[in-house]
Write a protein that binds this ligand. Sequence first.
Ligand code: GAL
Length: 416
Amino acid sequence: MGFSRRTLLVAGGLTVLGLPGCAVSGDEIGEDGSGKVEVFSWWAGPGEKEGLEALVADFRRVNPGVEFDNAAVAGGAGTVARTVLATRLENDDPPDSYQAHAGLELDNDVAAGYLEDVRYLYDQQRWRERLPKGLVEALTFDGKIYSVPVNIHRANLLWHNPAVLKAHGLTPPISWSQFLSQAAVLRGKGVLPLSIGPTWTQKHLLECVLLGELGADGYTGLWSGATDWKSAPVQEALTLFVRVLDQSDVATAAGDWQPALDKVVAGTAAYNVMGDWADAYLRTKGLAFQQGYSVVASPGSEKVYDFLSDSFTLPRGAPHRRAAERWLIECGSVSGQDAFNPQKGSVPARLDADKAKHTGYLAQAIAEWTDSSTRVVGSLTHGVVAGTKRSAAIDAALTLFVQDRDTVRFAAAASG
Ligand code: GAL
């Protein structure tokens, strides 16, 4: 993807909005600024709801009369929310704005005509100049843009409990084969090498194993077509993934990502692979970075940022369209991103946000994200590199693969 990062000379802050000359539906913000906005997301769980609350607090400060109707549906990675949302969209009952990811994930909604092109907001707010070029590219479908990014998350991370590693004389593995050697030691001491959760977390692990084994170019080629899923390196990486999974508690997997991380905190598991929303969650537990928990790039992926970006949409027929525009402007603003990201465990999408607000793990994340030598690749599990259909095919094939371990059949299904 290769994001170019220009230092912006443009001053940050909210631009006062002249509302666009688009048709406006019935609702509306009264002359006194009152109104309502229903925002649909999956940020209901610990570590995520705190981020949303911080963003909503800033939204309320900027839009004091607008009531925020929180339509969050719990469940990591939006697995539950997406089903609820699909029904609402099919039934012509859209929320005013819904959570999505930058990248191919929105292809279906765009093709179905569910979304408005929001380039006029990008023009008004001068977002194109204030966002990384590669991110704007990932948000663009046939020259149009259908969502506004609020952050950048990193997926390829290995979380651990420093006291547990110290007790067993280990340092985090830098390759997946090194992880397997450590796993043998850990098992001998009664420690689970890797905790895991539901299918989406297994897909997240798969993406990290593929990245670690194939490298940034090989991994990116899986999605562009340049890397052959039937080739020996990919087949070997898939076999390795199964061996890694065998070192996890997949048979009795945790219900969601937070309880999987709890096992690392409790010291019953040594490692967990998860995106950096884990940082926000671990902080809600009162843990200090590098004491209660620590993190490194997932094995073999140092200096690579497997990115994803949460973004919000403007559905066609949004009941409170003007309030929805205000929400999108909040998501894309410096003040919104400065309030949200330090709580959410992500770094700002905007180039001109306040880096100093990011401490602990996030100081490290923002330094890596803005380092021009960092390679950027897109997340599979969180919407960047695969469209709806391909991603769903991978989900179905993965459930089977975890049982039958048939790398050839999985590769055929995943190759798109
Ligand atoms: C991702 C989302 C993150 C975080 C995570 C776990 O898809 O982009 O913001 O919420 O799911 O639920």
